[in-house]
Ligand binder design. Structure first.
Ligand SMILES: CC(=O)[C@@H](O)[C@H](O)COP(=O)(O)O
Length: 255
């Protein structure tokens, strides 16, 4: 089980809801993924204007735990305001803190992310900060009381996979709260590698919504995350420099 704050989930795939070719494909991909947590940008929701289009309209939201995110925030105070808006509209008490510091790379601003997380924890939110793969920052966020840490594999939407596996492994090793690899996953094997490394979950969006067949890719991601987790739990063999025969011949007499 994946435990975040007082929530428990069987699925370790967290799925983004943006950029699908249409709402029917979005719905089918979400269903096939068996994700239980869906994330969305609060700023894209017409929370208080029911007459306006709602990009989650095809989804049966009762089936999912919603993870609103503060995408669009450039400062801690903007992120806190967006989070409070989400909570006030009854969406969820969890928030993915996303404070972007650079519009070209969409990398998170570490200082503002830390500030926003601190403030939102004081306000009683379950806080999941999207952070870079900085090992010390991940530790500071955990020490603040964040309920999960979400280091990026690579820039959002880049599909480059895990660009700094060493840092990611340090973050996973040191963490006492769930580590959810967020952003930059391009292929099912990227997701499997994150899980084999010991990540507790993977959050992805573009790899599914931008695939030629998003529904098929959603299924592939589900399976790869399950396979990666099983592989991690099973424990991999050590890497060796030279060969070891798979069928040892010692003690066998061959006539
Ligand atoms: C949906 C969401 O929150 C994204 O901002 C997230 O970071 C996913 O990134 P990818 O689109 O690279 O998977």
């Amino acid at each position: 089980m994946l435990k975040i704050g007082h929530y428990e989930f069987s699925s370790r795939l967290l799925l983004g809801t943006g950029k699908y070719p249409n709402f029917d494909i979005q719905k089918e991909a979400v269903a096939v993924s068996e994700a239980e947590i869906l994330t969305f940008a609060v700023r894209r929701m017409n929370i208080f204007e029911e007459s306006q289009p709602n990009f989650l309209e095809k989804l049966d939201l009762e089936k999912y735990t919603l993870l609103p995110n503060t995408a669009g925030a450039k400062t801690a105070s903007e992120a806190v305001r967006i989070a409070k808006l989400a909570k006030a509209s009854g969406l969820c008490d969890m928030i993915k803190v996303e404070v972007i510091g650079c519009q070209k790379t969409l990398l998170p601003d570490p200082v503002e992310t830390l500030k926003a997380s601190e403030e939102l924890l004081k306000e009683g939110f379950i806080v999941l900060p999207y952070t870079s793969d900085d090992v010390l920052l991940a530790k500071r966020l955990e020490e603040l009381g964040c309920h999960a840490i979400m280091p990026g594999a690579s820039p959002i939407g880049s599909g480059r996979g895990i660009v700094n596996p060493l840092n990611l492994s340090f973050i996973i090793e040191q963490s006492n709260v769930p580590v959810i690899v967020d952003a930059g996953i391009g292929t099912p094997s990227d997701a499997a590698i994150a899980m084999e490394m010991g990540a507790d979950g993977v959050l992805l969006n573009t790899a599914v919504s931008g695939a030629n067949d998003p529904v098929k890719m959603a299924k592939a991601m589900k399976l790869s995350i399950e396979a990666g987790r099983l592989g991690f739990e099973a424990g991999r063999i050590p890497k060796k420099r030279y060969a070891t025969a798979s069928s040892p011949m010692e003690g066998m007499s061959i006539s």
